[in-house]
Design a protein around this ligand. Structure first.
Ligand SMILES: *Cc1c(COP(=O)(O)O)cnc(C)c1O
Length: 370
């Protein structure tokens, strides 16, 4: 790990430091357990905006069975390079030609869209595969699981299309409704898969049981039989499962670190002086009077990160808050004699991580294996 409070090198900050060896280790750890549970591994690239270095690592690994993203622009960057590509977000009507061109498989829940995909696939002389999404109660995408007639009518309509093939069924949990995947709700999906297979005499290549929040079921040995795929984004990059936010054994939670530079360091009161109005984001802040404190201002802000989702590696640093371009830290308790120009490293939660990779103002440095 980088030393706390390192002097700035001749690079631009803020910076994401990406340790590809640790990412590789995370991938190997996840793949061993996923494949060990008779599941295929779909790695989700949206969290890191399909960063080309990370994608190269994934393309080169036999542990990865599918590469998936919610944005077709990201999929375009790696389509046709050796992995099956999957569009996770339901296709927009305006992007049907790109979806057929770049994605081998897309997740769907609307027959109108599936018909448009069929027409486009016919034009492009392609077979497009789809995963029919089933909503098990999280109330995001998918046909509601209780509407069995709709599910089977849709399956029959799909099978009548010339250029569409059913790759499988899938579900998404812990997204909108924060519903935890369990043996009982995921069993509904595996039972449905079994019925589809026997009724239509086919084998579903994909019965996709969710995202990083379903991973813990594998560790507990409770993933229902018949679920044969998981889609992992956050657990790969941040090394934690997301149903209970626990770190995964054998994975690193610090494979990607954020670094930002101190531009001001002063001792100031902890209570602002004057009448308190609204802050830059329309909120009325509440302050605790802790006397005089040593405060550092870093050149990074809410345009780049979620300030509530970052944690300094130095446990004695407290994040006070941020405006658009400034991050405020309380460094009073730190034993390190920080100076202007010093670099402060942080870990990130998924929200901060997403925004950091999306910000064009944050650079990236890759630590490659020796
Ligand atoms: C983003 C996304 C995932 C990946 O979720 P993680 O929690 O990052 O593992 C999986 N499936 C769908 C449909 C998604 O949109």
């Amino acid at each position: 790990m980088k030393e706390l409070g390192n002097k700035a090198e001749a690079v631009r900050y803020p910076l994401l430091v990406i340790d590809t060896e640790k990412l590789n280790q995370n991938l190997e750890t996840l793949a061993a357990r996923i494949h060990g549970a008779a599941c295929s591994l779909m790695i989700v690239t949206k969290g890191f905006c399909a960063d080309p270095h990370i994608v190269a690592l994934l393309l080169g690994s036999s542990a990865v069975d599918y590469l998936a993203d919610s944005r077709i622009q990201n999929i375009q960057t790696y389509a046709g390079r050796g992995k099956e590509t999957v569009l996770l977000r339901l296709p927009q009507v305006c992007e049907i030609p790109e979806v057929v061109r770049w994605a081998d498989i897309s997740f769907n829940s609307e027959m109108e869209t599936i018909r448009l995909l069929n027409e486009e696939a016919l034009k492009q002389h392609k077979i497009h595969r789809i995963v029919l999404m089933i909503d098990l109660g999280d109330l995001r995408e998918g046909i509601f699981f209780k509407e069995e007639a709709t599910i089977f009518d849709t399956l029959e309509a799909i099978q009548a299309l010339s250029n569409i093939r059913l790759a499988g069924i899938g579900t998404n949990l812990t997204c909108y409704g924060a519903i935890i995947p369990k043996k009982d709700n995921l069993s509904v999906l595996s039972a449905l898969a079994e019925r589809i297979e026997s009724q239509y005499h086919l084998k579903l290549a994909i019965v996709s049981g969710g995202n990083s929040s379903s991973y813990y079921l594998i560790e507990k040995g409770e993933l229902p039989k018949g679920i044969n795929n998981l889609r992992l984004g956050e657990s790969f990059v941040l090394g934690g499962e997301t149903a209970f936010q626990s770190p995964i054994k054998g994975a690193s939670t610090d494979a990607v670190i954020l670094e930002a530079q101190i531009v001001e360091l002063k001792i100031k009161p902890s209570m602002p002086i004057g009448e308190i109005g609204m802050d830059a984001f329309g909120k009325r802040p509440v302050y605790e009077d802790r006397g005089l404190r040593k405060r550092a201002i870093l050149a990074i802000g809410r345009q780049d990160i979620d300030s509530e989702g970052i944690t300094a590696l130095n446990p004695r640093i407290r994040v006070l808050g941020a405006s658009s371009d400034h991050l405020l830290l309380d460094v009073t308790e730190s034993e390190i004699p920080y100076q202007v120009g010093d670099i402060i490293p942080f870990t990130m939660n998924y929200s901060a991580f997403l925004r950091a990779f999306t910000s064009p103002y944050i650079g990236r440095r890759y630590i490659e294996p020796q």
